[in-house]
Design a protein around this ligand. Sequence first.
Ligand code: NAD
Ligand code: GLY
Length: 349
Amino acid sequence: MQVNISLKQVVDNSYDITIDSMPKMHFHKKVAIVTNPKVAGLHLGYLLSKISAKELYIITVPDGEEYKNQTSIDLIMESLFNHRFNRKSMLIAFGGGVIGDMTGYAASIYQRGIDFIQIPTTLLSQVDASVGGKTGMNNSYGKNLIGAFHQPQAVYIDPHFLTTLPKREFAAGVAEIVKMAVTFNKEFFEFLENSDLNDKNILQEAIRQAVETKAFVVAKDEKEHGLRAALNYGHTFAHVIENETQYKTYLHGEAVAIGIVMANKVALRMGLMSENDAKRVKELLEKYNLPTTYTIKDVDSFYETFFLDKKSSDASITFIMAKNIGGVKITDEIDKDLILDVLRTFKDA
Ligand code: NAD
Ligand code: GLY
């Protein structure tokens, strides 16, 4: 005997991303703002001048990637249960990518899923993490290994928050902007080459173009069956660098900058990228003092660590290669010797 359960349905997960000063908003429901002490200290007053709700709660979790874990999720859950949140209630993620990912994940599991809004406060989270609905947390096996796709109801990107961002955090966000331009948009790359992101109008325009690029990719491949993996350009190498340096030496965006340069060296050897284009990308990263060199002590061990990447299988590693500037190729067919050869050039970098 067989019973068929028909679940073919078209789900509309569409939402708007507003890049501007926060509008004033009132929510006729229970709302919890999830944030950390640093962001709250700097910007909660401003946020509360814009947002009100029938009942409004603030949930604070400790600041840092090391707290992107089950303990923080439990803390959020407990607060929601204590305040009797129901399925109509809503969360607001107010912070960088760590807060955004965890709040989204908490929203995805609380009573099997409630709404949430993203209000990202770092450049990296404004141009990347807040858009696209990847949510999650870390565990002892690695980063972002537990999570869910859960799209926010809306994203509010207010460049005002970036005025308090430390320079290194700002540059880390620039690396993700460069990533989108190199892989998807040659004109955007040229715009970045010819302008200074320290100018607030230029920055706002760059955020718009980066978000538009990410929105385009996510709309084509929400659950990362193909194209969305291209957003991991530079990341296959970056994850190994972060792993080797125990996440202590480089911010994620800094490791991505080095990873982009490494990927481009491979692309150059494969004939996918010209020497001049590789140089232009490196120079753009260096313009924002991002690191572009790294000393690989043990090339074989570096190569083996690629296999910890979520995109890789037991037998092959998936690499994202830029095709000159403005194009991208996702491949798991790069010759191991070629990769090792390129990695060797970073031995005395
Ligand atoms: P983060 O959230 O740790 O923020 C960096 C630091 O800046 C923190 O100390 C934070 O408290 C502080 N901060 C935040 N806003 C500030 C402000 N306006 N002024 C001063 N300080 C401020 O790091 P991040 O770089 O924003 O995000 C990294 C995280 O995002 C990682 O966990 C990564 O896995 C995740 N991520 C997710 C996606 C996605 O698609 N979901 C994409 C990229 C990255
Ligand atoms: N940051 C990669 C993604 O959102 O898919």
